[in-house]
Design a protein around this ligand. Structure first.
Ligand SMILES: NC(=O)c1ccc[n+]([C@@H]2O[C@H](COP(=O)([O-])OP(=O)(O)OC[C@H]3O[C@@H](n4cnc5c(N)ncnc54)[C@H](OP(=O)(O)O)[C@@H]3O)[C@@H](O)[C@H]2O)c1
Length: 517
């Protein structure tokens, strides 16, 4: 369960930001689903409690399940209470928060639902002063993205109500396509109705404080940039580990697999932020230009030497805390012969001046020992072992760990002399934790930041079409090859372990090892 900190923290944030959007209506397609309940509704409540939602802000939920406005409000209230650990004093505020919520129940393919939606939006413009500003959020299975977009276009809801005076934006959830071709087709479908500057492709990882802090850390400090390159950095590791298995999402996961679910979006986004050149200015276009440039420089994965560049694995039975965990192939809606990967480790290179020949090791998996996301920058070893004569035979190279979740912060490992009369050396760490430094943990889901940015018209933390295209260009040949290979080359690992032994051998062949997480 996530925690909403005391209201005082919320107040602190409000006074620090003062970013309240113009009155608007938000339409959530897929309002009865998991994402809406677990992430969107708690995030909206957080914004509401912090005073960051405009007066008149209204929500319209759309999905197939039958709800009345009243029963949908009740569902939202329950979601807030379930997923946020609220002080009792908040209960009245939760009820007030759902006062302006409406619900339309219909099939996404039914045109009359969109006529009803248009009428309701016009009505809210009059009654609530939303004045034509609309945010459409597609929290639906991806197959419905083009269907909904086309219907919105057909009833005239894709165009801003009054050009230059009101705005209309659409948020599209991941996954954006399942390979290069499908992503291009989807892009074509969406851009035939909405303009690129109206489209917000969301990757919630980019809303996390630590991820945003990567830019501040790199470009807001003078001391790090000089050694942020091939001369000082030996290699970089990015790990996104999940403790859970596929839960009840077996059908989705069979189609997706780990690389589509995690690497194509979250992990490559992290890679781009760690490696991009400094933008000339801090705006959406300049930042996203640099991210795209670095993606364009990723060396294609050599398919003729694939085992040197990629490992894929699937979890089998295992134990954690005395509980037996099922194999992936025994999960609901998963084929008993499935070759879908639940773990992947990749080695990528970025062929540019800064990063030539520096390996980037990416790994991600389900049913690993803990939920943790971390970037580790491994620096080169000190060039000369000065302390040889003192009995010290080797010294650990320095590394910087950036903890994305759950304990947001950073730690720098360096070597220090153990106090005493002999010269003994031991690694120590210098730590920065968000909670210690700022007295508050970052917003709980990262959706808060992104929803607010979207209402404010700031697309910096959203994925542009060229980035999506380039990410699929890197990964589609690999995915096609794995599909052709079937079970050949698929490794297995026990649930609750750090992946298949082949993944250890993969990095150890290069004389390196995975950072302990
Ligand atoms: N869940 C997450 O944590 C998460 C995280 C990141 C991204 N995403 C992405 O977010 C999107 C939604 O995921 P989810 O987990 O919320 O899915 P979900 O729980 O399956 O919800 C799907 C929603 O779509 C509605 N729907 C499906 N078919 C419909 C139809 N023909 N007509 C009207 N409504 C229909 C469902 O309504 P009824 O149930 O009422 O039929 C439900 O509200 C997906 O693209 C997913 O990849 C999810």
């Amino acid at each position: 369960m996530t925690k909403l900190k005391e209201a005082t923290h919320v107040q602190a944030e409000k006074s620090a930001e003062h970013r309240v959007p113009a009155p608007c209506a938000m339409v959530i397609f897929g309002a009865s689903g998991d994402l809406t309940e677990r992430k969107l509704v708690p995030a909206l409540y957080y914004l509401s409690r912090a005073g960051l939602l405009p007066d008149g802000f209204s929500v319209i939920g759309c999905a197939k399940t039958q709800y009345t406005d009243e029963s949908f409000r009740d569902k939202m209230q329950k979601a807030v209470k379930k997923y946020l650990d609220l002080p009792d004093s908040d209960h009245e505020a939760v009820n007030a928060f759902t006062r302006d919520v409406h619900y339309i129940s219909d099939d996404f393919g039914d045109a009359k639902a969109y006529d009803q939606l248009k009428k309701l939006l016009d009505q809210l413009d009059q009654q609530r002063g939303t004045s034509g500003n609309r945010l459409f959020y597609l929290a639906t299975p991806p197959s419905f993205f083009p269907v909904i977009v086309n219907h919105l276009g057909a009833v005239g809801l894709a165009e801003p109500k009054e050009q230059n005076k009101t705005w209309t934006r659409i948020v599209i959830e991941k996954p954006f396509g399942r390979d290069l071709q499908s992503a291009r087709e989807l892009n074509q479908a969406v851009t035939s109705v909405f303009k690129e500057d109206q489209i917000y492709r969301i990757d919630h990882y980019l809303g996390k404080e630590t991820v945003q802090n990567l830019l501040v850390f790199r470009f807001g400090n003078g001391i790090f940039e000089p050694f942020w390159n091939r001369r000082y950095i030996d290699h970089v590791q990015i790990a996104v580990a999940e403790e859970i298995g596929v839960e009840n999402r077996g059908a989705y996961y069979e189609e997706a697999g780990l690389v589509r679910d995690m690497i194509q979006n979250h992990v490559l986004s992290l890679l781009s932020l760690i490696t991009m050149e400094p933008p000339a200015i801090f705006d959406a276009r300049a930042v996203r230009d640099e991210k795209a440039k670095v993606m364009r420089a990723i060396r294609p994965i050599p398919l003729d030497r694939l085992s040197e560049y990629a490992v894929r694995g699937q979890y089998v039975e295992g134990w954690t805390d005395g509980n037996k965990l099922p194999a992936y192939r025994s999960e609901p809606k998963v084929s008993p012969q499935s070759t879908t990967e639940t773990y992947a480790a990749l080695k990528l290179f970025i062929d540019n001046w800064r990063w030539a020949d520096v390996p980037f090791y990416l790994r991600s998996g389900k049913r690993l020992p803990k939920r943790i996301s971390e970037i580790t920058i491994k620096f080169r070893r000190a060039p000369h072992l000065l302390f040889k004569g003192t009995g010290t035979t080797s010294i650990e190279p320095n590394h910087l760990s950036i903890h994305i979740q759950p304990d947001e912060g950073m730690s720098l490992m360096f070597n220090a002399k153990i106090p005493g009369t002999t010269m003994q050396i031991r690694p120590v760490t210098m730590e920065f934790h968000y909670e210690d430094a700022f007295g508050q943990t970052p917003p709980t889901t990262a959706y808060e930041t992104l929803l607010l940015d979207c209402m404010l018209g700031d697309p910096m933390l959203f994925t542009r079409d060229d980035f999506v295209d380039l990410a699929w260009e890197v990964l589609t040949p690999l995915l096609n090859r794995w599909k052709e290979d079937g079970k050949k080359g698929l490794s297995f690992y026990e649930s609750g372990t750090w992946g298949p032994p082949e993944a250890d051998a993969f990095i150890e062949r290069d004389g390196r090892k995975w950072q302990e997480l």
